[in-house]
Design a protein. Sequence first.
Length: 329
Amino acid sequence: MVMENKISTKDKIAYLLRKNKEWVSGENISGCLGISRAAVAKHVGALRHEGYLIESAPRRGYLFKLEPDKVDLNLIKNSLNTKIIGKGEWFWLDKTFSTNREAAIKGAQGALNGSLIMAGSQTNGRGRKGRKWFSAPRSIFFSTVLRPDMAPKKLSLLTIIATLAVQQTLAEVMGLKAIIKWPNDVLVNNKKLAGVLVEAGLSAGELDWAIIGIGCNVNACASEFPEELKGLITSVMEESSKNYPRNSVYKEIIARLDYYYDLVLNKKEPDIIKAWKLNSEIINKKIAINFNNIKIEGEAVDISLEGLLIVKDDKNYEYQIEAGDYIIS
Ligand code: BTN
């Protein structure tokens, strides 16, 4: 085989694997390219990092499964007809710490209402309650900076609309039986497929900016999930056996998020709550929850118009519980 020297070793490996469409041993690749097997493994690692899906197995070698799909902001922008979300600046980061962190910085620096920050990967994706979000390969991670004229106590509504936008995308576009798990998860087959994190900056008790951050596992395989999350999380590809271009997943989620955000701004909370209740699992269920460091056991009876979960304990005391974690600045 004659291969041009200008092509990098890593790209030569991608070419070899792609062309073969079946298992190629590490020995074969190392012989063909005149490099060690350790070097082959290192280059395969780099390709995976770029979004290639390459399986490996002892004694079999490597199997090329999927090209990285390219996110094209112009394509997404031109396919959208939104009122607010996407109407600010757009940022793409191949790799970042956390899109929510980037959005918080940009929010505090005055980023325009509706700005979007998207990333190819995150090294420290943030989850609720300080947890870490595992940023799966070939998936979507984005945050939008919003400047709503809204009372801070209504911030839970942003979590409500974001989970709804993702749940509706999974159900309507991918045909998956997706369910919202209060407060911020979207599950398929009882496994977490997406999560939402709303954060906000307040000044003098008023909302200065709010961020909706969404992570959704799209074209990742279960074999790529960390051991401790196996069986607990899933992806669109695992559930539908199809892979979806991230451009279209971004478009579908952003379009729905904008639709529901417009309902929030126009005070159509009853419509939002109705749609949410139809697609979530918590209402009328017995739950145990930590509220202001007190353990409450009771029944989740409703969602208030401010997006708070209403829980009644067995003495008929009512508690209204917020969905999110917020930064107070
Ligand atoms: C959770 O399940 O606890 C919420 C997870 C939210 C993850 C997304 S990924 C994009 C955005 N950036 C972050 O750092 N977190 C959110």
